[in-house]
Design a protein around this ligand. Sequence first.
Ligand code: ARG
Ligand code: GLU
Length: 675
Amino acid sequence: MEMQEMGSKLTSKDIYDPENLSLNDAVIQFNGGCTGEIVSSHGLIFTNHHCGYSAIQSHSTFEHNYIKDGFWAKSYKEELPNPGMYVTFVRKIQEVTDKVLKGVQDNMDENLKKSIIQKNINYLIKTLPKKKWQEIQIKSFYDGNKFYAFTVENYKDIRLVGAPPSSIGKFGADTDNWMWPRHSGDFSIFRIYADKNNHPAEYSPDNVPYHADKYFRISIKGIKAGDFFLIYGFPGRTQEYLPSFAVEQKVNIINPARIELREKVLNVMDQFMKNNDTIKLEYTAKYARIANYWKKWIGESQGINKTKAVERKKAFEKEFIKKVQEQNLDPSYRIIFNEFQNLYNQIKNPELARNYFVETFYLNNDFLKRSLMIYQLEKLYETEGKDEFKKNREKFLSRIQSTFSNYNPQVDQEIFKTLLKLYLEKMPAKYLDEESKNKNVEELAKQFYASSILNNKKALTKLINKNPKKFIKSIENDNGYAFLKKFIQTYYNKISPDYYSLRDKINKLQKKYMSGIIKTSSRMPLPDANSTLRISYGIIKGYEPRDAVYYFPISHLRGVLEKYIPGDYEFDVPAKLIQLYEKKDFKPYSTSGEMPVNFLGSAHTTGGNSGSPAINKEGDLIGINFDRVWEGTMSDLYYDKKISRNIMVDIRYILFIIDKFANNQRLINELDIVH
Ligand code: ARG
Ligand code: GLU
């Protein structure tokens, strides 16, 4: 195996073994999105600060601001429960392609195919052997060419144990996000609680710390450029096998549209946040969420251009056709790229329209979000009746109410105007009526924010709690809702059907293309990420972001002090950390007089890999993955080993913070540290 040639001493059974304890028993998916690792026999978890952020925030009050000051439980008793939070272990993985595709024929109607596949999946979920406390998940690989079943365990009592202050955990915030050099202590600590049999259970004060037979040893021997490492986690989504047209469309049309839109929203927020500390506090998390992908898309488009990814894909496609001919494969493979081109041309407008809709009504504005949720509630009543309405009312209500927390109507109104103007200007003509186009957005915004029920939490709550008929009647009479409803209807009645009918065709073609790639490759290509457990490995390594500039792969506490801006919301440094730095009080974690903070490697990672353990050749924990470098973010579409790098926090910095900064020796004593 290539890994061994790179210096790894790990065998595949060390990494995954369904019959015995192996590293997979110490890696968890954290709350559905991130990754985490078990680091003690008492179910202690390390993950990122940004993965624990909302939990940390939910326990914060004005007096106890754990986001600002950090949080450190001094005993089990002080560990804080987080309703709704869960972590997932993967115990067993098996291929079930034949079972999922049973009864499916290639030339079948697509909807029939889908329904047979779904039936087979439901059957497998019910019938595959599992323990009472386990669940079965079926996931598609290679664009539907293969299927695997995962036997998983979801633990639901997860408590917050520790978090550094934001000035450590989120040091550099949005300015440094996706960037190198980086200096953030992006970690937080949780613990799994289980019932008396060590099985998953809902929160109960009677639950006990989960007993882990397998957990990571932690190595403080240190790392250096050239070392092998491995990332084990739950990467969300990559699309390495898209045809060149799709990549071209994404970077030249879709990304620029989304970047422009978000940039405008961020500018509005920024104007308010700059001048008002309360608003800054309320909008920091929203700003960070919107800015995260805004910045990523910019990097992605630049990276695709810089690496000439589209040209390289075109060359790959030419080669593909040649091999198809040489191997005498089905002649329909030869016209696959014409078909792709045709379909991607057709989907351009629906795809753009869908992005404008989703960004406007779903992701960036609270007032518009409410209009969409109200619409969905109304539809639910119309299509499913009053019982379903009543059954789902609470869920909708809590989602709608949450849009009123950290909410400033004035800021929201400015964003509303910005978004709506852009919407009317940029929405492809087919999806916009003449009348709406000529509306005076300024006027409307003023009216709606003054008098629409969508801007009134109390009245809206009361209305949703009324009987459904009354709810519909009053909401239909609301000027703001009535106006926005037209756009939402256009989305559901026109944009979405156009989009999904083309998407289905593209998916079908993509599946075929993927099967062709498999047939024409000398060895099995790596499957795209799909939120399932997998490894990625690499070498600790710097890179050359541009001509004559070289980035070294390890950053140090010295660099934190270099970036220090007293009082700044991104670059402030806690006084205690400065003291520790000045005393050079780093032992035993570092004996060189320097405290390492972050390091770079060449592993191929993506969103969802946040919190993943970085493991050395012996299988010990040396860091936690948390980001990628900006120049390499196109790796979701096209990985380039020259400039794609993942960023990890050095485990020694984490231990140093727990031990010397937080004085929490109870946690240090719980860990298995190899010197
Ligand atoms: N870029 C990292 C990721 O994609 C970190 C995001 C959290 N930080 C932030 N400033 N939004 O998740
Ligand atoms: N920060 C990302 C996450 O939360 C990891 C960075 C990336 O996209 O690689 O998963």
